[in-house]
Design a protein around this ligand. Sequence first.
Ligand code: AMP
Length: 449
Amino acid sequence: MPRQKKTSKKLIRKPKAAKLPKEELILQPPRGMRDILPADQVYWQQVRRVSEKAATDFGYQRIDIPLLEFTNIFSRSIGQETDIVEKEMYSFTTKGGEKVSLRPEFTAGIARAYIQHGMHVSPKPVKLYYIGPCYRYDRPQEGRFREFFQFGCEALGEQDPVIDAQIIQMGWRIIYQLGIKNVQVNLNSIGCPSCRKSYRNLLVHYFESKKQKLCIDCKRRLEKNPLRILDCKEDKCVQVKAGAPQSIDHLCEECREHFKELLEYLEELEIPFELDSSLVRGIDYYTKTVFEFVSVSAGREEMKKKALGGGGRYDGLVEMLGGENTPAVGFSLGLDRLTAEMKKAGARTYKEPKPRVFLAQLGTFAKRKSLKMFEALERSGIKVAESFGRGSLKSQLKVADRLGVEITLIVGQKEAIDKTVIVKDMTSGNQEIIDAGRVVDEVKRRLKK
Ligand code: AMP
């Protein structure tokens, strides 16, 4: 009988998953963004404290708005033809198909919130302040980041120039209190939509005659947004604009009176200011007053590029976004630039209050009791230092010495069992054993002395 051939079982191999090359890990944030490390926080904390104190002293209330808004909130208010909207926004479409952008500034979002929450029914002016990051895809350089931080105030519902003066006074006061001297306010009025129309025509007429001398961007701006030519930093445009007509010479009666009153208030406040006819601030929603806080120690053009802050009136913005006619004015300060100036000026920084008490422990049981005791002291407002990770008493006392505390509390195995604690006076070296339940009162009593 012929032998039957065995059918060989074929091995079915699964196809190997294609190995994708591992993407390289870049251990740094995207260009133009950075970490602000603990060592620098003393400057940032000082800026935050001084600004928030000024805001609340002047009657402003904090508002927080999302980092993201629908893109058209920005494009409609800041303006389609502006650098911010044309080139600098971080915009994307969400999985749900919504077109959103990271905020390049706060004012537009605040105007949106003002309308949405019906703040027009509140007593006027509605005074709001904010603090947080903004994003602009600009070319990073010294003092210019893609992620930067702003603090700012907005007063909505008031048209009296006294509020413009007060807004400038606040910004000025904050900068001054941070120890940054040599600062001046550059000021201009760009009028209201009605007087701006005839001024715009004059400008177009002037720049048309010099068109050949303008940069490519400004040739384009001439058609769409001629005021922005005044803001251009290109050398050749700077020369051309020097002879351009000035907006303050072409204000309507109401705008001229508004500006005159503002100047009188600033003189009264003794805030140094300089009229700057080329200041237009590059955002479409501004009307009448525009200003910038600049460091006088920087060169003229440099000064404009590196303003510490700025702001102005935006009487049409709320209406532009669908709300009621609402005159408004505000300012924002760049925290990245303020902290950099503070460093240059050797300004005073925020000092964390030092601990006056050290809590030392010995052994696991004592450590457990110490954790609880730490909480009791901290809750009653006593700043306590510890070094719970260290085992030896000697090394813990060394830390206490280095910190210069006034009292060291020691909980050993025996004290933990007896529910007591050793209180050591670090100046005299005297020690006393007290009931653990009395520790908070005893420490308070001694610190008061
Ligand atoms: P703006 O409304 O664009 O004039 O911005 C107000 C302030 O924010 C400026 O005066 C700067 O201090 C700060 N600022 C604006 N853009 C940047 C940026 N890209 N990097 C750092 N700070 C900025």
